[in-house]
Write a new protein. Structure first.
Length: 637
């Protein structure tokens, strides 16, 4: 059903464009303007002709003189070059166009515009030189009753246009200014709008890959092609050579149309695209070479024209082929590409069938209309595509947020259940574990029937009971740690170290251990929970006091380097064997020196708190010399 709607939409747009081009042909066409018409080198004018809203276009009645003809009747636009169909002669050279203006009426100041003259020109009125140059030209003079000889001399050396190909316009200054202003506004809009779209696409190049880049290049090529109007209007020095840039922009535009349809149909890696791409690149290269060699290869102008028509038709067929393939794959962008092919085809057919019979008065050629509509159409496609991607991203984001919220609730519930389970288990096991210890002590005190074998069993049971007691104590400690709640706040390093010194230096003095705290050069802050910070240092200092002999020392120091806070706890105790260092942060791991009193949870809790705060901890030790714990925390900015 969607495919049928897209087909009908494309057919409808094709019909509307055909109607639009027919309308242009009759209402914006220099060749369809009313009389007066020139004949046999003369044009009859009166006051009413100059009072019209539209100028008089000097199309018919010119007399052409060149190396092969003298005063040959012609109309402007009949021949694109001085070759005039004879491939054995040069398309370039000198020519003179003459038209006698016969005016009856009140003298008036009038102007004559000569648009887009590719050759060097000189414009004479009654033998007086009024203008010369390359590009567009205008002369203004007092038109009096009688006959005035208007003569245009051209000289061309390269390119495929030679002589005067675009009909001049005669009228009052007001009429010509009105026509020129409309043209300037139309071409300025057609030049700037694609550039704005290309700039918009520039920000999406990294998001959409090839499609966005191809559309941006399409817009740039269209803008470059439309810039030709200003090159000739301002008679820029590059005007005689602009045909090369203009052709290159047009070929690139056609290539972008095909590539866009290819990308949409997901055929960019197919064999058909590789063959078509080779033709689409080789033909323009050949045609540009023909443009350069027209001065020495006279037949190159004719071949270039035919190859250009073939290239347009081939481009349209390629685009239509991939657009239909995209329809079969039910790509949502295919509605735009198929419609774009209809627009491209309508412009192509209009250009072919109205050759030498159409030239716009105010606006654009049919192919330029098609190009502009293609840019707008693909612009709508890119906006729709961007909106669709944003909508999908929003849906994915919302879905992800819902999933994260749901999972967070599940994890929170699971953690709460785990806390409750361990708390209940620790509470329920405490009584039987300590009861077992009482029973073992009672058996030993009675001494009844306690032989060596039974004594061994009692020792094993007591060891297991002590292990169970340590594990229960560890579970209680973990439960207490889990019950610490509250938001993380900024904690001052200077304040923390001061509180640590105040809390533990007395205990160290009792054990004859020197306790030092070295404050950082400047205060810094880290994010954490004060209760857990106290637990962290209590465990480290408690372990250090157990390991440090009399007259030993414990030193806590802090240092800030860039965005990292380093806190070091160092003692001069017995040290940790090298083989135990990788294991000290494991849960319930007890070293050889702590088998009787350790729970195996102190350093595990330290590691957990440091990791929770986004930091990391490492340990280094030498047996008999001491141990150093180094903690790194991100600095709070």
């Amino acid at each position: 059903m969607k495919q049928q709607k897209t087909w009908w939409l494309s057919v409808t747009i094709l019909v509307l464009l055909a109607v639009f081009f027919i309308f242009l042909f009759y209402f914006d066409n220099k060749y369809q303007t009313p009389p007066p018409y020139g004949k046999s080198g003369m044009l009859m004018l009166n006051e009413q002709d100059l009072e019209r809203r539209e100028p008089v276009f000097l199309i018919d009645g010119w007399l052409l003189t060149d190396e092969r003809a003298a005063d040959m009747p012609t109309y402007i636009g009949e021949f694109s070059s001085l070759q005039r169909g004879d491939l054995s002669v040069s398309p370039h050279g000198r020519a003179r166009y003459q038209l006698t203006l016969c005016y009856e009426g009140v003298p008036q100041i009038v102007s004559v515009d000569f648009p887009q003259v590719s050759s060097n020109y000189k414009i004479f009125l009654d033998g007086e030189l009024l203008a010369e140059g390359t590009g567009s030209g205008r002369i203004t003079f007092l038109l009096t009753s009688g006959s005035h000889l208007l003569s245009v001399e051209t000289c061309s050396k390269l390119g495929y246009y030679s002589g005067m190909y675009f009909p001049p316009a005669l009228g009052t200054v007001k009429v010509l200014s009105r026509m020129t202003n409309i043209q300037n506004f139309a071409y300025m809009a057609a030049f700037l709008l694609p550039l704005v779209l290309a700039l918009f696409t520039l920000f999406l190049w990294q998001m959409g890959g090839g499609i966005n880049r191809c559309f941006g290049l399409l817009c740039c090529c269209h803008a470059l092609y439309m810039f030709r109007y200003f090159v000739f209007y301002f008679s820029m020095p590059i005007a005689p050579y602009w045909f090369l840039v203009q052709n290159l922009a047009l070929y690139c535009l056609c290539f972008c149309v095909v590539k866009l349809t290819t990308l949409v149909s997901d055929s960019i890696c197919g064999k058909a695209w590789r063959w078509m791409r080779a033709v689409l690149l080789l033909l323009p290269a050949l045609m540009l070479l023909l443009c350069l060699f027209t001065p020495i290869m006279y037949w190159a102008v004719y071949v270039h024209g035919r190859l250009t028509d073939i290239y347009y038709i081939f481009t349209f067929c390629c685009a239509a082929f991939f657009a239909v393939r995209g329809m079969k794959k039910q790509s949502w962008e295919s509605r735009y590409t198929l419609t774009g092919c209809a627009v491209f085809g309508a412009g192509l057919l209009a250009n072919l069938f109205s050759s030498n019979r159409f030239e716009p008065i105010h606006f654009f050629w049919q192919f330029e209309w098609s190009s502009l509509l293609l840019v707008l159409l693909f612009g709508v496609m890119m906006v729709s595509r961007s909106r669709r991607l944003l909508r999908e991203n929003d849906m994915l984001t919302n879905h992800l947020e819902e999933q994260v919220k749901k999972r967070t609730q599940e994890v929170t519930q699971l953690l709460d259940e785990r806390k409750a389970f361990f708390s209940d288990m620790a509470h329920d096991l405490k009584a039987p574990v300590f009861a077992t210890r009482s029973f073992i002590e009672a058996i030993r005190r009675s001494g009844v029937g306690v032989d060596a074998e039974l004594q061994g069993y009692l020792n094993q049971a007591e060891a297991k009971q002590q292990e169970m007691a340590r594990r229960l104590q560890g579970l209680s400690t973990i439960n207490e740690l889990d019950q610490i709640e509250g938001e993380r706040v900024q904690i001052s390093i200077v304040e923390v170290l001061s509180e640590i010194y105040a809390a533990h230096h007395g205990e160290a003095e009792v054990q004859s251990v020197y306790f030092f705290v070295k404050q950082p050069k400047e205060d810094a802050f880290l994010m954490g929970q004060p209760e857990k910070m106290n637990i962290l240092f209590e465990n480290l200092i408690y372990n250090a006091l157990k390991a440090t002999p009399c007259n030993g020392s414990i030193t806590i120091s802090a240092q800030v380097e860039g965005e990292v806070i380093y806190i070091v706890v160092e003692d001069t105790g017995c040290g940790i064997p090298e083989e135990e260092l990788p294991l000290v942060f494991r849960r319930f791991y007890v070293g050889e020196n702590n088998r009787k009193t350790g729970t195996g949870l102190g350093l595990y809790i330290v590691h957990s708190i440091v990791t929770e705060m986004g930091g990391k901890i490492s340990v280094s030790s030498t047996v008999g010399k001491g141990t150093k714990f180094i903690m790194e925390f991100p600095k709070c900015i």
